[in-house]
Structures are given as structure tokens and as C-alpha cells.
Design a protein around this ligand. Structure first.
Ligand code: ADP
Ligand code: ADP
Length: 225
């Protein structure tokens, strides 16, 4: 089954006045794809992220994640599925400042009922995987922006999600550091991870095998000739 399948899925905020932020759309993203989503401010990118990330249910149509129809889920079930299947990476890292890199990563497993010792082991492994094996005990304040984003990526990956969902992952980074984070996303993709990156940076979009555009709530795709 595809990782993401939208079937005429759309979202209208109730208002008043109602705002159709994402117009009904069909979309299939298969396992191992690297997809970028671009569009101007206010176009509906966050709304798309909220749907695909199981933060908001579409108000029309359906969203299947790994072939599982999420339409009928209750909020608690949606939250649980989100925790199991989706790893989020944000522009602003969102690390807990008084926790070490390893603790920040391990915290992502608390809600998955993984025993403490196992959490610590998996967190170290995830940090090694993003090139931070030597920084596991560092506090975020002692890390560079690029290192902080690597910790955030390790945290997103530690639970073995189906989908890595990134929102402007290089927005807070200088060009060279951004490039190294994009190299890491490329590596994860090469390893089979499904990656969706929301961005307004064309350099970021250029890394993806496939680019979706949103304008005025309408998602479209230029199919390469
Ligand atoms: P983008 O992420 O591309 O900047 P958004 O998805 O945040 O775009 O917004 C798409 C449209 O939906 C915008 O017109 C925005 O004002 C509107 N919108 C976003 N969130 C809400 C909300 N909670 N209630 C009403 N309108 C919203
Ligand atoms: P300690 O290990 O001393 O409890 P923490 O940093 O874990 O230190 O937590 C201190 C308090 O600040 C806690 O209530 C925690 O929830 C809160 N906190 C820490 N970091 C953040 C953050 N990035 N965002 C929101 N709250 C935070």
C-alpha cells in the first residue's frame, strides 16, 4: 500500500467565514519517495502538513496512511497513530533545553511504552545514525544549529516511523549547514525512508524526486516530460 493516499481529501476551516484552505485532491506517495511541497505563504502548505501529519482530519474525502483509513478515528486514536507512524522535523528544532541530545531523542519513545534502558540504547543508535555519536551527552545549548537539527531528525526517526514529515527543515540554518541537512535527508531517502519536505526554498525542493505545488489551496504536480 502507498504510505500516503488522499482521496478527494480537502479541508475547510469552519470560520465564520469558512475558509477552504486545501481543496479536495487525490494524491499517492509510495514508500521510499522523496517529495517536496512548495507554494507561496498562505497557499495551504501547513494545512496539507496538518492533514498528512494526522494533526487535523480532512473535512472532505479520506486520508489513508499505510492503507489504513484514518477518517473514522477518534482524536486519541489519531494522536496514537501519529506517534507511531510519523516523525516530524520543524524549522525551530523544538528540543528541550535542559535535556541532553540522547534524552531528547529517548523522550520520543516514552509514549510508545519502550522500557527505559531500551530507550537509551535506541536514542544513542539514532544519534549515531545522524552523525552525532560523539555528542549524545551534550545539551542543545552546546550544539550548533545543524547539530540541533540532527538531534531533531534522530528524535523523529527513533520510533521507526513510516513517514518523515519536515516543515522548512533548513529555515533556521545558513546555506552550508542547510546543505548538510539536505545531504542527510538524501541519505535517509537512499536508505528507503519516505520523506515529505514542505519548503519555500527551491534549493530544498530541487533535492526531491518529485515536487508538488500548492496555490490558493489547490495542489498540483508538474510531471517531468
Ligand atoms: P501556508 O502554510 O502555505 O502559509 P496555511 O495552510 O497556513 O498556508 O493557510 C492556508 C489558508 O488557510 C490561509 O488563507 C490561511 O489564512 C487559512 N487558515 C489557516 N489556518 C486557519 C484557521 N485555523 N482558521 C481559518 N483559516 C485558516
Ligand atoms: P528538569 O530536568 O530540571 O526537569 P527540564 O528542562 O526537563 O528540566 O524541564 C523544566 C521545565 O521546563 C519542565 O516543566 C519542562 O516541561 C519545561 N520545558 C523544558 N523545555 C521546554 C521547552 N522547550 N518547551 C516547553 N517547556 C519546556
Amino acid at each position: 500500500a502507498p504510505v500516503i493516499e488522499l482521496r478527494r481529501a480537502g479541508l475547510t476551516y469552519p470560520g465564520p467565514p469558512p475558509v477552504t484552505a486545501f481543496r479536495p485532491c487525490d494524491l499517492v506517495v509510495r514508500r521510499g519517495e522523496f517529495v517536496s511541497v512548495v507554494g507561496p505563504s498562505g497557499a495551504g502548505k501547513s494545512t496539507f502538513l496538518n492533514i498528512v501529519g494526522l494533526l487535523d482530519a480532512p473535512t472532505e474525502g479520506s486520508y489513508l496512511l499505510d492503507g489504513f483509513d484514518t477518517a473514522a478515528l477518534r482524536d486519541t486514536e489519531r494522536t496514537a497513530l501519529r506517534g507511531q507512524r510519523i516523525g516530524f522535523v520543524f524549522q525551530a528544532f523544538h528540543l528541550l533545553p535542559r535535556r541532553t541530545a540522547a534524552e531528547n531523542v529517548a523522550l520520543a519513545l516514552v509514549y510508545r511504552h519502550v522500557p527505559r534502558a531500551e530507550r537509551a540504547r535506541l536514542a544513542r543508535e539514532a544519534l549515531v545514525g545522524v552523525g552525532l555519536g560523539h555528542r549524545v551527552d551534550a545539551l542543545p545549548t552546546r550544539l550548533s544549529g545543524g547539530e540541533r537539527q540532527r538531534v531533531a531528525i534522530a528524535r523523529a526517526l527513533v520510533g521507526s516511523p513510516s513517514l518523515l514529515l519536515c516543515d522548512e527543515p533548513t529555515g533556521n540554518l545558513d546555506t552550508a549547514t542547510a546543505g548538510s541537512i539536505l545531504d542527510l535527508l538524501d541519505e535517509l531517502h537512499a536508505g528507503g525512508m519516505t520523506v515529505v519536505v514542505i519548503t519555500h526554498d527551491s534549493a530544498v525542493a530541487a533535492r526531491a524526486g518529485r515536487t508538488l505545488t500548492i496555490r490558493d489551496g489547490v495542489m498540483s504536480e508538474q510531471v517531468p516530460a
